[in-house]
Design a protein around this ligand. Structure first.
Ligand SMILES: Nc1ncnc2c1ncn2[C@@H]1O[C@H](COP(=O)(O)OP(=O)(O)OP(=O)(O)O)[C@@H](O)[C@H]1O
Ligand SMILES: O=c1ccn([C@@H]2O[C@H](COP(=O)(O)O)[C@@H](O)[C@H]2O)c(=O)[nH]1
Length: 239
């Protein structure tokens, strides 16, 4: 099974802790040992947001802020590469071709951001489409997609399952400014819709959750499942 995993910077490195990065790397290696072909995409997390906020205060424009964010995602990608050791591309891939090539030769590919105007969520979705992945997983800092931001709205309800079209509707109103927070960004949602990609959004803070979800389909997050041909989704199931 070919799997693309997006690991939020706030999941991999909420603060710099080598043991935490090692634990995430161990989960990824264990998936590889189970026969998964793996592409990973690492986010920038709080550190990217701090740099972006500081540079915004200095008058940088959104593209410049995105470029700063991309640099931080690549530094986080280097942390994961350091923890994975052999069998991984030695530097973050800067293109989908390079990431795909690493996967083709049997390595785990690791990359961060690519171009301004998006987040690593979109990078993961594009890589998944490019390598024709069977599954795309967002290991993020929230335990699924909600009807509103659960950190600021107590009435927010978690979706157990959404179609890609429904995901786009939930994500569309969210900010696209550099450094903004969303379970996946809008471009990612559109790419998931276009590709009809099976996707899971889950709480990735415990690396074992990722293993369980990929190997056994066992998770508490949100499943993004394309509607079967000829059927119209009639409701959004909620937890
Ligand atoms: N409708 C929503 N459903 C779920 N989470 C939401 C929603 N709206 C906003 N969020 C926020 O999205 C955040 C998750 O994305 P966030 O970008 O912070 O982390 P990440 O995916 O780990 O990536 P990184 O930290 O690298 O940016 C959560 O903190 C949550 O508060
Ligand atoms: O392809 C990309 C990836 C990222 N950015 C910018 O970096 C930050 C941090 O990335 P996260 O995935 O949110 O952790 C993001 O907000 C963008 O500003 C980018 O421009 N292009």
């Amino acid at each position: 099974m070919r799997v693309v995993i997006s690991i939020g910077g706030s999941v991999l490195a909420p603060e710099l802790d080598a043991r935490r990065v090692e634990a995430h790397a161990a989960a990824i290696e264990s998936l590889a040992r189970e026969g998964c072909e793996l592409g990973t995409v690492v986010g920038g997390g709080g550190v990217a947001r701090e740099y972006i906020d500081a540079a915004r205060g200095l008058g940088a424009n959104e593209v410049q802020l995105d470029q700063i964010g991309i640099d931080v995602t690549r530094i986080n990608a280097r942390l994961l590469i350091a923890a994975l050791g052999a069998g991984v591309n030695p530097a973050p891939a800067h293109s989908y071709e390079d990431a795909g090539e690493a996967i083709r030769r049997g390595d785990i590919s690791v990359m961060g951001g690519v171009v301004p105007g998006q987040t690593t969520d979109a990078v993961a979705a594009a890589l998944a489409e490019y390598v024709d992945a069977d599954l795309l997983v967002y290991a993020t800092s929230v335990d699924g997609v909600y009807s509103a931001d659960p950190r600021s709205d107590d009435s927010a309800e978690k979706f157990e399952e959404l179609t890609p079209e429904e995901l786009v509707k939930v994500i569309a109103p969210m900010s696209t400014d550099a450094g903004s927070s969303a379970p996946v960004d809008l471009l990612a949602a559109k790419l998931i819709e276009r590709a009809g990609m099976r996707t899971i959004v889950l709480d990735g803070t415990e690396p074992q959750r990722l293993e369980r979800a990929v190997l056994r389909g066992d998770h508490e997050g949100t499943d993004i499942v394309p509607a079967a041909a000829g059927t119209e989704p009639t409701y959004w199931s909620q937890r």
